[in-house]
Every structure is written in structure tokens, then in C-alpha cells.
Write a protein that binds this ligand. Sequence first.
Ligand code: SAM
Length: 389
Amino acid sequence: MLIQKMDNQARGITYYNDKIVFVNNALPNEDVDINIIIDKKRYSVANVAKYNKIDKNRIKTKCKYYGICGGCQLEHINYQDELEYKKNYLNDIFKVLGIKIDKIISSNDYGYRNKISLKVDNNKIGYNKLNSNEIISIDKCLIADNLINEKIKYLEYIDKNKVNEIIIKSFDNKVMLVLDGENNIDISKLINHFDTIYINDKLVCGDKIITTINSIKYYIAPNSFFQVNSNIAEKMFNYIKDICKKNNASRVIDLYCGCGSISLIIADIVDYVYGVELNKQSIIDANENKLLNNISNVEFKCDTTDNIEDINDFDNMIVDPPRNGLSKKVINKILSSNIKNIIYVSCDPITLRRDLLLLKDKYNIDNITTFDMFPNTYHVENVCTLSIK
Ligand SMILES: C[S@@+](CC[C@H](N)C(=O)[O-])C[C@H]1O[C@@H](n2cnc3c(N)ncnc32)[C@H](O)[C@@H]1O
């Protein structure tokens, strides 16, 4: 079957009995035999059973788990082609907004992740298999930081019957191990190999890890959100700070503020920042980070963004929601506000487009800049700037 084009999840598209089929690891112009693994009423998902004709852009993959593990989808093309593919699919998505992406801010394509999350089941430690809940054991993850990879071999000392999930994080040459499971996991053979160990969110060995981005220090918490690609996060935060400067932002509301990463970075160029975040632990982290950096013009509130009030106290807004984007309530509050400028940070271009279409009568969509936070996967981070009409 001939693959006609690629969808925005890096799958090849073909048709079988008039039904659309999304084919993993298949490029346009390739002729493949397929193995259907998911069959729904309106679409199917398939793996390639045999490549009859291979596209000239296909390259040899480096990861031995590629195609079996569900983590990466774009290792079979080179990084320049990956950026071009991402630019093209984003331009398709954003066309209706009259927005064009010219360039994507690129990253190291391997070794960039500061965090991996491994599942433990059936005596195996690893990632979920592609399109499955089954676990594939791994001893290396090429998109993760080298230091993380050096430590994976020590996980064999863990009693797998007592652990459900393992997270390894690496920041500033320190490595953190986070174990989720029973409280009495034996870590005696691990303490020489990890700087810091947490069991069920409790620090059981070593000191808290601190990282610095753009001269702001952050405590790295075991379980709350932190951008996974520190290098690109720094570029993106600097970009957001520059936009705030350009906007002469004075009073900024930072919705979905996490551990205060963006709020604290812009604090020295604005009068006041108010961060709102649902996750209790993230707000504890944000307040600790505020103290760590001796910053006084930032306040954080633990609440859902649906409850925000007094929005007109602010001239600028930053939103960085999860993949499902902004709720109807938040959109309506923005539409009835006088907020002058909005910076919308998004990890899902489809929900970003949906929300921008709702905001566009009141706000100009000035620009979208794309940061390649997740090379070798189809995901990207977009930063959209809006100004009131
Ligand atoms: C993509 S993260 C952004 C975090 C932060 N801006 C950063 O760069 O580190 C999204 C955050 O939204 C929070 N969140 C999810 N739903 C929320 C809601 N309804 N109200 C407030 N925060 C929410 C999550 O806990 C998460 O910390």
C-alpha cells in the first residue's frame, strides 16, 4: 500500500477499503504491507509488516527499541527533515489563523531529556510498548541525558515487587531517583549511585537538587512538573521575558504557573506577578523557589484557573495549560477582560488553534514561535503572542 502523506503524529496515511489507516514508522512514497493493530469504525492504526519500497529520506535508526517502544516516532528521518516535517504540519494546522511558522528553534536531537519515567511490572522495568500497556525492558534511552543512562544499570538493585514507577531526573550533574511503591523499599545498594533518593515523595537520601535557568534557581521536586528539556526551556523562558519587556508588562497574571518557573524569571522586569496553579506541591515548590531567589514581587495561589477573579487588575497574561488547553470558563474570562497582551505557551497545537479561534475577534494573533522541546517525537512547544484589538 502506498503511503500518501504524514499526519501530525508522524504516522503515514494510507487508505484500506475506503477507511483511513494511520501507519506507524511509514514515510510518504513508501510502499508497505501493513498489520492492523487497532480497528475502529472510522479509522485503523497499523504497523508495517514489510517495506516493499523505501523512501530516500529514511535513515538507519540508532535506538535498538525504536518501533517497539512507544516513546519516539521520528528517528527514521534526519533532524533537519524532522524540523521541516514539524514546520509543515504546524503550517497546515495554523493556516486558518493566517499564521505562518518560518523556523523552529532547534535542540540537541539526542541526550536532551532531564527526566525519564519507567514503569515496573511483571519483573520488568521499562517503557510502554507502542500502542500497548505492555512493558518493554530498557537499559538505555537515547533521548535522555547521559548521566541518566549511566544510572539505569543500578535499577537492578530494586525489589521490583515493591515498586510501581521509577523516575530518574538529572540536573546540573546531579541525579535524582524517585521511587513510587511500598514505603520500605531497600535502597542500601542505591545510595552510592544516586545523589538524591525519594520514596513516595519523601526525601530519604541526599539533598534537594537545585538547577539554575537564566540566573534563577529552582528546587527540583520529585513529582511536580518541570520542563523536560532544560536547554530549550532556557531559550523559551528568555524569549517570553523579551516579549514581556517589549510589552512593557507591569502587572502580570501567570496561569498554570507550575513551580513558578516563568513568574520568577520575569520578576525583575515587571512590578508584580501573580501565579495560579492547581497542584498543591507545585505551589509549595513555587513559594520555596521565591524564597530561594529572594524575590518579593511575586505571589502564588493554589486554585483552578476556572476560579480566577479580578483579572482586570493585570495588564499582561501568561497561560501555559496542559494539552487540553484553556477551559471555556477561562476563555470567557479573558474575553470579558481588558488584558492588553497574552502570551500563550502550548504543548498541543490543536487545542492552541481551537482556543485562538475563540480569542481572535478580540485579540490580534501576532506571532507563533515554535520550540523543539521534544526532538525525535512529534511533539513541539509553541509560544503565541496576542494583543488586544
Ligand atoms: C505545562 S505545565 C506548565 C508549568 C509552568 N508554566 C512551567 O513552565 O514550568 C501546566 C501546569 O498546569 C497545571 N494545571 C492543570 N490544570 C490546571 C487548572 N485547571 N488550574 C490551574 N493549574 C492547572 C498543572 O499542574 C501543571 O503544573
